[in-house]
Design a binder for this molecule. Structure first.
Ligand code: ZN
Length: 458
């Protein structure tokens, strides 16, 4: 293993500070990590058998200790004893965000003291946030799962991280500062003010600190990479880059790979259940986090999507006993894969993520196009566009918000016109707006395709 001579402290942080800190916090995450590092190459049969026994326990717990799930199962004519395979899980109805909003307290397990639960809130990309609870044991398990996949990039505990992220947590307390200095070692670029001066300052700090991992929102990493490219500063060389919290477009991936001289790792998760899937060093599909979740991809008629077919992502969290999430519709669409991965891990692959199910656009002829493939298509084919946002107002009316790049010209507008006709037919009308920037949401995420219509996944 190559040791970065300029960062000998990383092994002290890993071997001494991290274990001491975990002891002080009474956190078992390093023990979990040791187990997860070993178990990641086990057979799929073994992994599925483990899931089934944990699923049965979870269902029995939810049945006995939550009013919401016991009623729900009774209504569906089942008991925990009805579920004897992973496939049987389909007998349990899907859990929506509206279900959670209406039944939050009835979903919380009565046998677990409230003070052992962590209250959480999603940023709510549709404008409505979601409140929920996670128990402490689940949080520590998920922390270990996330670190295991961080390590797939070549990074290791104790090594420095450059984070392109909104609202750095550690700044809220002096303890946070100490912990960041000794253990987590993050250098932040706050995405809520990502202007040129802030990016230049972050570049200088990262250049000096030499983090081995860069971490952030897909589009924010892309914007930073683009800035470095334009300024001739493409000389940062981390071992790995993790793009998360947003769909990573192919055009973004290409630029990030080139500017940082290493392959970006696409990761998918959500606040409610944490890590759902992550790419390994093969960068060809995302391995499902089977150690925490049962992940299904479900078609509109309720059947399982076949490999290559898009389906709604539905997750069952095997670890959160405080407030069980059983068959939760995350609100995103993914495509399952039948490929096995040359890395040797047997966790199934998600071929691609199509983004939020709410962001599908419909053509006047009734075809559905995923927002991601649309923005990918427009960004790839049109010159002179720095950022683009597509809003479908009506079935035959789109608004394009375009942040002009330096080479924007009449050819851009002409090109857009032919792309609209090609993609949507002649019945589609549209208008153009030219803002100075596309506004982020509070979470620091961007939405590039917003549809105000219904689609088959809603
Ligand atoms: Zn793999």
């Amino acid at each position: 293993m190559l040791v970065n001579k300029r960062d000998l402290y990383s092994s002290i942080a890993r071997n001494l500070v991290a274990p001491l800190w975990a002891k002080k916090e009474r956190s078992p995450y390093l023990r979990h990590l040791g187990h997860l590092d070993k178990s990641q190459y086990r057979s799929i049969e073994e992994a599925r058998a483990d899931q089934l026994s944990r699923l049965k326990k979870l269902l029995e717990h939810a049945w006995a200790n939550t009013a919401f799930y016991s009623e729900r199962m009774k209504k569906a004519g089942i008991t925990p004893a009805s579920i004897n395979s992973i496939e049987d899980l389909r007998l349990v109805p899907l859990l929506t965000k509206d279900d959670i909003r209406a039944n939050k307290d009835r979903m919380v397990a009565g046998n677990i003291p409230r003070e052992q639960l962590m209250a959480k809130k999603t940023s709510g990309s549709t404008g409505i946030s979601l409140d929920f609870y996670v128990d402490e044991a689940s949080l520590q398990w998920k922390r270990a799962c996330a670190i295991r996949t961080d390590k797939w990039t070549g990074w290791n505990i104790g090594e420095k991280v450059g984070a392109i992220w909104g609202n750095p947590e550690y700044k809220k307390s002096w303890k946070g500062h100490v912990r960041n200095f000794l253990l987590e070692r993050y250098t932040y670029l706050d995405t809520l003010k990502m202007d040129e001066a802030a990016m230049l300052d972050f570049y200088a700090r990262v250049k000096k600190a030499r983090p081995t991992l860069l971490f952030g929102h897909a589009h924010s990493i892309y914007l930073f990479a683009k800035f470095l490219d334009v300024k001739g500063l493409a000389d940062l060389r981390p071992k790995g880059i993790i793009s998360t919290a947003m769909v990573l477009h192919d055009f973004e991936r290409k630029l990030i790979d080139r500017v940082f001289g290493c392959k970006v790792t696409n990761r998918y998760g959500c606040e409610e259940v944490s890590l759902i899937a992550c790419e390994c060093s093969e960068h060809n599909g995302l391995h499902v986090n089977m150690d925490t979740l049962i992940v299904e991809m479900v078609k509109a008629d309720g059947s399982a999507a076949s490999p290559g077919e898009p389906g709604m992502i539905v997750v069952t969290d095997l670890t959160n006993y405080g407030m069980p999430f059983i068959r939760y519709k995350v609100g995103d669409v993914g495509v399952p894969s039948s490929r096995s991965c040359p890395c040797g891990r047997k966790y199934p692959l998600i071929e691609s993520l199509e983004g939020r199910s709410a962001d599908y656009v419909v053509t006047p002829d009734g075809d559905f196009i995923s927002g991601i493939s649309l923005t990918e298509n427009f960004a790839m084919h049109l010159k002179g566009i720095k950022q683009i946002q597509i809003v479908q107002e009506k079935v035959d009316y789109l608004v394009f918000r375009i942040v002009k790049g330096e080479d924007f010209s009449q050819a851009t507008i002409d090109g857009l016109h032919s792309l609209v006709t090609e993609r949507f037919g002649r019945k589609m009308t549209y208008s153009l707006e030219f803002p100075d920037s596309i506004q982020q949401e509070k979470s620091g995420k961007y939405r590039f395709c917003i549809s105000k219509l219904n689609n088959p996944f809603l």
